[in-house]
Design a protein around this ligand. Sequence first.
Ligand SMILES: NC(=O)C1=CN([C@@H]2O[C@H](COP(=O)(O)OP(=O)(O)OC[C@H]3O[C@@H](n4cnc5c(N)ncnc54)[C@H](O)[C@@H]3O)[C@@H](O)[C@H]2O)C=CC1
Ligand SMILES: O=C(O)C(=O)Cc1ccc(O)cc1
Length: 318
Amino acid sequence: MIERLETHVFETVAILGAGLIGSSIARACEASGAAKSVLIYDANEAVRERAKKIALGSICETVEEACTDADLVILCTPVGMIETAAKAASPFLKAGAILSDVGSVKASALNDMLAVAPSYAHVIAGHPIAGTEHSGPDAGFAKLFSGRWCILTPLEDQDEAYQLATAKLTKFWEAFGSTVEIMTAKRHDLVLAITSHLPHLIAYNICATAEDMEQVTEGEVVKFSAGGFRDFTRIAASDPTMWRDVFLNNKEAVLETLGRFTEDLAALQRAIRWSDGDQLFELFTRARSIRKSVIEAGQDTAAPNFGRRNQEDDTPAE
Ligand SMILES: NC(=O)C1=CN([C@@H]2O[C@H](COP(=O)(O)OP(=O)(O)OC[C@H]3O[C@@H](n4cnc5c(N)ncnc54)[C@H](O)[C@@H]3O)[C@@H](O)[C@H]2O)C=CC1
Ligand SMILES: O=C(O)C(=O)Cc1ccc(O)cc1
């Protein structure tokens, strides 16, 4: 539920990258009144044209036009393009402006922004834990962030102006119905490696394996995919550019997590080989209880519709 604010959090917000997340932020700004004015730029001309056509907001032809007056510039590009986008925005940031992002990996994004941002801007990295397998300006919707976490990874030991900027950015995300959590970028990357990055890797891999298996022809995969495999296909439909960048930029945490996962998988393999029913039962029982905890924590996403598309009036149809 997005309630309309009585006063704006920011006068002017610039969004660079008008895909799923950028267009959802634009729509959520409109719905909540979190920004008085929203300026949008995308490096892809076809995306800019589409964004104009669907009346996403004020579409700019240059980064300069979008960023010059902005109190908040939020980079909504794939993680691998954050440095490029930050470099393009930096010359136009005004004193005291916030430079933020929504990337799924935080340490690399933070470093990329810090490397190019002027010292008079406040760099505060962020990540809404909300999304879908869809991409592009048509995929976004205002309620995407409602009832979701948004993690901010501000720098530690900063002056009062920086802390005020962090408080304002927190308010901005809260206006969309998100709950903001603060943590370090390193911790974020470790936590998300197991909760988001590894599940996507497994989904991509299981679909690729199924595709490779001659006896499971495409027809049969489609025909019999009513079970667990179907959920994997939804996740594996996610954007390859975005996910390539996630794995290239969160190598350390993903490899550490993958190592542990592989060991546990080998133990399961051994239990099956030696018909160790007790071990299988014990592990399945332990794993099953996590579902209950996730639901109790309010983060159940009613898969297969993680972002609740089509369950709300303003969400686009498949
Ligand atoms: N898709 C998801 O479910 C979620 C994605 N994220 C993160 O959000 C970011 C954006 O993801 P999506 O919106 O899904 O991607 P998307 O593919 O829908 O949109 C990205 C847009 O960025 C534009 N772009 C690329 N380089 C640019 C540049 N230098 N300047 C301006 N625009 C540029 C592209 O043309 C594209 O329109 C990624 O970093 C991703 O890790 C975070 C939470 C959820
Ligand atoms: O669609 C899904 O299952 C997701 O997991 C969405 C998602 C993708 C990437 C993120 O960084 C956060 C959320």
